[in-house]
Design a protein around this ligand. Structure first.
Ligand code: AMP
Ligand code: MG
Length: 321
């Protein structure tokens, strides 16, 4: 069972920081809902978020920051981005920005995207992030498909047996998710409605808030079937290697023809799904180049994190549209 610590305990911040720095999972109170936090730079820890929630897909996670310098090291702000966060941070507004060079964020946190969603929360969560010293990835602290938790008791019921610590600061004030926006050429695209209204944003920035048009390119990632396919073809459930193929290995089974593979990347020699999840995006990115014509991927079980891993691989393998 998760340890439980009250925000009024003098050791609350220090203990929560220690869990996160060790790659653990901690439920954190914010003004929106309780978040399930992990070190955004630690791929295995972030894989643990997906595993604990039972998420069937690697959708990108919001990165929570404690101050502006941390935000500016993580995302590239333009004038509109700055105006937005000047007006609403700390608070329930998430901005999607291009990822900064050298940002301390693992590709799994971003779902393999080159954008990052940033938010600065209010309250003790912010002290915890400051203590960690880099961004904390945190979706809502509930099992996938269930309602977002607004009290520590909700978190306990949903995830108590799957996480390390619950930091309890009483009920969330807002009980509603953050508003997600993306600044774009003198206007602001509303990606998700939430605690801050479009009218609030227009008043504070003097800019128009637009909704993504139907049929427009999908802003929220991972929704296109052939999203993030690498340059070459991808063949799943491979138990042999064809001449010229690269091999993505999983587990220790021998693979026929492995000696003729153009190259091999080991996702996890011991068949560990967390390790596989944390290496998957880097592997697909590494193989996304013109000299890699074909990639064979060994079978990966559908249990636990395997569902999201296989979802991502199916997208990589889907016919290109
Ligand atoms: P949540 O489940 O509250 O963590 O919400 C995460 C949502 O934020 C995702 O489903 C996306 O819609 C959005 N989001 C997070 N990261 C990104 C990103 N890098 N680029 C675009 N949208 C993002
Ligand atoms: Mg949620």
């Amino acid at each position: 069972m998760a340890r439980h610590i009250l925000s009024t305990d003098p050791d609350a911040v220090r203990e929560t920081v220690a869990v996160l720095l060790a790659g653990g999972l901690a439920a954190l109170p914010t003004e929106t809902v309780y978040g399930l936090g992990a070190d955004a730079a630690n791929g295995a820890a972030v894989a643990g978020i997906f595993e604990a929630k039972g998420r069937p897909r690697f959708n990108p996670l919001i990165c929570h920051v404690s101050d502006r310098p941390m935000a500016e090291e993580t995302g590239i702000f333009d004038d509109t981005g700055r105006r937005l966060v000047d007006a609403f941070w700390p608070g329930p507004l998430t901005v999607v920005l291009p990822l900064a060079d050298g940002a301390d964020v693992h590709p799994l946190t971003l779902g393999g995207l080159s954008t990052v969603a940033l938010r600065m929360p209010q309250g003790i969560a912010r002290d915890v992030i400051a203590g960690v010293g880099r961004p904390i990835a945190a979706p809502s602290a509930n099992r996938s498909g269930k309602v977002s938790p607004t009290t520590s008791a909700h978190v306990e019921r949903s995830l108590g047996d799957r996480i390390d610590l619950i930091l309890d600061a009483g009920p969330a004030i807002l009980g509603l998710e953050s508003t997600i926006v993306m600044p774009r050429e003198g206007e602001i695209v509303l990606l998700r409605a939430g605690g801050i209204t479009a009218a609030d944003i227009e008043t504070a920035t003097g800019l128009r808030v637009v909704r993504p048009a139907d049929g427009a390119p999908v802003q929220s990632p991972g929704q296109l079937v052939s999203h993030y396919a690498p340059h070459g073809t991808v063949r799943l459930d491979a138990l042999s290697v064809l001449p010229g193929e690269w091999l993505l290995r999983f587990g220790s089974l021998p693979v026929a023809g492995e000696d003729r593979a153009a190259g091999v990347i080991d996702l996890s020699p011991r068949g560990d799904l967390r390790e596989t999840a944390s290496k998957l995006f880097a592997a697909l990115t590494e193989l996304d180049r013109p000299d890699v014509a074909a990639i064979a991927v060994m079978p990966i079980p559908m249990t636990g994190l395997g569902e999201a891993i296989n979802d991502r691989l199916r997208r990589a393998a889907a016919p290109r549209g």
